[in-house]
Design a protein around this ligand. Structure first.
Ligand SMILES: Cc1cc2nc3c(=O)[nH]c(=O)nc-3n(C[C@H](O)[C@H](O)[C@H](O)COP(=O)(O)O)c2cc1C
Length: 191
């Protein structure tokens, strides 16, 4: 029996009350349904400090335990879903920091971006696409943009019904995840 592809789901939002983890949990279900294992990489839980390595990431030299642990988690993946909100027409600083910790570990890795926001997180996705392409991840599609509607939130800015929000984009999410898992499975066979 062949091994199942390992798909990392990076939660780019670190706020105490956030939409990101809800979206990521639903994506994990889709990843498992597509025949892969989901590895939740929640940047709030991982808690990387601002990049604190002396050598640049491209050297591959990592000295701090948190850097080494982060690198090991990414190396173990066959594909990555980046889940990002739109913060002031960009993606969160914590996500940029987590990306910048590594270089070679990302190169050639199949990836998709799932973004959300009032315009579906279009600006964040565009920025992130440029960065992933620069590093050399291999995007397996254009990803998914998930637009909010006014009725999605209560007066405390809590998402009222996460499943309903994700449900509006479920077909695009399933298609995107299926494409990513297929590409990851190919990489696994080739390795
Ligand atoms: C710092 C910050 C900046 C934001 N800027 C934007 C923005 O430019 N466009 C947008 O659609 N939403 C913006 N929002 C609203 C977010 O889309 C919304 O709060 C969303 O829930 C954030 O994702 P999260 O809950 O996973 O952190 C911003 C929110 C924060 C916290």
């Amino acid at each position: 029996m062949s091994a199942r592809p390992q798909i990392g789901i990076i939660v780019g939002s670190t706020r105490p009350v956030r939409v990101g983890r809800t979206v990521a949990d639903e994506i994990a279900t889709l990843v498992e349904a597509a025949g892969a294992d989901a590895d939740m990489l929640d940047l709030r839980e991982i808690g990387l400090p601002l990049l604190d390595e002396a050598m640049t990431p491209a050297t591959g030299v990592r000295t701090n335990p948190h850097s080494i642990a982060w690198a090991e988690r990414i190396v173990a993946l066959d594909g990555v879903v980046f889940v990002t909100p739109d913060y002031n027409a960009g993606y969160p600083a914590a996500l940029k920091n987590a990306i910048d910790y590594l270089k070679g570990e990302w190169v050639g890795k199949p990836a998709v971006v799932v973004s959300y926001g009032w315009a579906g997180g279009r600006s964040a996705a565009a920025q992130l696409h440029a960065v992933l392409d620069h590093i050399g991840l291999v995007r397996t599609g254009d990803g998914v943009r998930m637009p909010f509607e006014g009725a999605d939130f209560d007066e405390s800015q809590r998402l009222l019904d996460g499943q309903a929000f994700v449900g509006r984009s479920i077909d695009e999410l399933r298609e995107s995840v299926t494409g990513l898992v297929a590409a990851a499975a190919k990489e696994l066979v080739a390795a």
